[in-house]
Design a binder for this molecule. Structure first.
Ligand code: BG6
Ligand code: MG
Length: 216
């Protein structure tokens, strides 16, 4: 029986995936190359440093650690500039309705994001209290596709993996949920999120009852 829903943040609850992409694209441009939207799919859900490593490899660059730390800081500065203008309007369509159904169904909720900025983002959109527990990038040692961020959330909620449904927009996040032994709802395109157990364009096209009946 499903007892908890675990949500990714960027691209599931809030429209920040686009800001991560814009900030990385700006960095790549400064380094003399470009990153496509298709390449960006592989960055979604991936930690800051792992993303930078993928980008540098894509541009054929090898840099010392101090230089990489500076670039990661620069990207985060640009990202924070973009999100500082964000308001509750950035909450994705369907989220509010879905969360009221989640509460009504008596399900527990966790945030499972590898972003170190997750608490700040939740604050900005007024959703900190929507979660029973928050696992963010500062609480884990391995990023997605490792399942740690979700298994930790389940542990904190006191539920087993097979009692959890994960909501993810990223290939790496879907893999993390599956590796954690959970039912995974992919939000996006079925062509991209192939490992997901169920795919919908966004939470706006789903109801809690539908998810519960399909994850049985
Ligand atoms: C994930 C995003 O939620 O967080 C990634 O999907 C991002 O794009 C990662 O790289 C780390 O975020 P941050 O805020 O710690 O740089
Ligand atoms: Mg995401």
């Amino acid at each position: 029986q499903i007892k908890a829903f675990l949500f990714d943040l960027d691209g599931v609850i809030v429209d920040t995936a686009i800001y991560h992409y814009q900030a990385w694209k700006r960095l790549a441009t400064e380094l003399g190359f470009d990153i496509s939207e298709e390449f960006n799919e592989g960055l979604k859900g991936v930690s800051r440093m792992d993303s930078l490593d993928l980008i540098l490899a894509h541009g054929g660059l090898t840099l010392p650690d101090e230089e990489k730390a500076k670039l990661a800081d620069q990207k985060n500065e640009w990202y924070l500039e973009l999100v500082s203008r964000m308001t509750p309007e950035a909450i994705l369509p369907g989220v509010a309705m879905f969360f009221s159904q989640v509460r009504q169904a008596g399900l527990k909720t966790a945030l499972g994001s590898v972003s170190k900025n997750a608490p700040l983002i939740l604050e900005r959109i007024g959703m900190t209290d929507a979660f029973d527990t928050i696992i963010d990038g500062t609480k884990i040692s391995k990023g997605k596709p490792d399942p740690e961020v979700f298994t930790k959330g389940a542990d904190e909620l006191g539920v087993r993996p097979d009692e959890c449904v994960v909501f993810e927009d990223a290939v790496a996040g879907v893999e993390a949920g599956k590796r954690g032994g959970m039912f995974v709802v992919g939000l996006g395109s079925p062509d991209v999120l192939r490992q997901a157990d169920l795919v919908a364009p966004s939470l706006a096209e789903l109801t809690v009852d539908e998810v519960l009946s399909k994850s049985k």
